[in-house]
Design a protein around this ligand. Structure first.
Ligand code: TYM
Length: 334
């Protein structure tokens, strides 16, 4: 599947260290898509300002996200890998789209309600219009596919609405962007405490970061919530046990998974052994990415080159779209 002339776009906020959810929900797909499509992947630094006004760590975080993406296999020669703030056209499109986004629908967005609850003293207009900026990122390249995790589903639905509204009002400029995953469903990597998903800034001990050292990985996995095991053959797994199996499916071999499935069904499972195995398999998965990312991060000259080249490619595509947008809106007076 896939044709080079179909366009892919996605982004990650530089608000902390990348984790297993970012990898399996997003970056893993990016790496596969880079050989099949025309791809634009960015560090969403403007979005991070909606919740992280203090920018002391921004530069280090931007470098970190870029390095981790490259360490996971993204090739800056194959894709446009860039920073959102370097593509000024994004802000212009964001402004036009804001005239088509209604207060009521923005206030109903789940991520807006969550963030407003978490930071009641900073419910700013940028936070309210976060999905509008995300739409601008995507349709600026007239992208068709957007590789994201399950938590971004609603934002993608809004992006489709805004794109359609623009087309309806001013004429057909944008395709309808779709959330994308190579499997059949969007991914949600659960947190280790059995509650919610892995996340960059919440509950850091229940999240496995691509930068965690080996001992930290083992320690976090061993602390994952379990119980004394099933007492009847063929029992249904509680959510937190299901989550451990789910994590195992991401990094362990089929034989290992099958063994623990059988042990569970026979009520002979030992969760201590299972977590030990999962810890080792996680270390084997994460350690090479961590080491590679560290060496890339230390090469600031290389990263500067990546950002410059990425911005150039992204702006070329952005400029072409904005010509069409201004024309369609009627902002051409001579
Ligand atoms: P962000 O930075 O929160 O997350 C980056 C990507 O990682 C995915 N993800 C997960 N997937 C599975 N399980 C998890 N536990 C998990 N946690 C995070 C997210 O779904 C996402 O794909 N609003 C976006 C950034 C953005 C963007 C865009 C995305 C800005 N502009 C344009 C796509 C297109 C965000 O906050 O992602």
């Amino acid at each position: 599947m896939g044709k080079k002339n179909e366009i892919v776009m996605s982004g990650i906020r530089p608000t902390g260290y990348l984790h297993l959810g970012n990898y399996f929900g997003a970056v893993k797909n990016y790496v596969r898509m880079q050989d099949e499509f025309e791809c634009y992947f960015m560090v969403a630094d403007l979005h991070s300002l909606t919740t992280h006004p203090d920018t002391k760590e921004l530069k280090a975080n931007v470098h970190r996200v870029l390095s981790e993406n490259i360490a996971c296999g993204l090739d800056p020669d194959k894709v446009a890998l860039y920073c959102q703030s370097h593509v000024y056209e994004t802000s212009e499109l964001y402004l036009y789209l804001n005239m088509m986004a209604y207060k009521g629908e923005l206030e109903k967005t789940v991520t807006f309600k969550d963030k407003a609850r978490q930071h009641p003293d900073n419910v700013n207009a940028g936070l309210l219009t976060y999905p509008v900026l995300q739409t601008a990122d995507i349709i600026l390249h007239r992208a068709l596919y957007v590789p994201v995790g399950k938590d971004q589903e609603q934002h993608l639905e809004m992006a489709r609405n805004f794109a359609n509204r623009f087309n309806h009002r001013y004429g057909e400029v944008f395709p309808e962007p779709q959330a994308f995953n190579y499997g059949s469903e969007l991914v949600k990597v659960p947190s280790l405490d059995g509650a919610g998903k892995m996340s960059k800034s919440e509950n850091q001990f229940a999240t496995l970061y691509l930068s965690d050292d080996d001992d930290m990985i083992r320690k976090k996995v061993m602390k994952a919530k379990t119980d004394s095991g099933p007492t009847e053959p063929g029992s249904v797994k509680p959510d937190y046990i299901e989550n451990i199996f789910l994590l195992m499916k991401l990094v362990s071999t089929d034989e290992v998974i099958q063994k623990f499935e059988e042990d569970f069904n026979k009520c002979t499972i030992r969760y201590g052994d299972m977590k030990k195995q999962l810890g080792e398999d996680m270390v084997r998965f994460i350690a090479p990415i961590r080491e590679k990312a560290e060496s890339i991060r230390n090469d600031e000259t290389y990263l500067k080159g990546v950002m410059e080249k990425g911005a150039e490619k992204a702006r070329k595509s952005a400029r072409a779209t904005m010509e069409l947008v201004r024309e369609a809106i009627g902002l051409k007076y001579f």
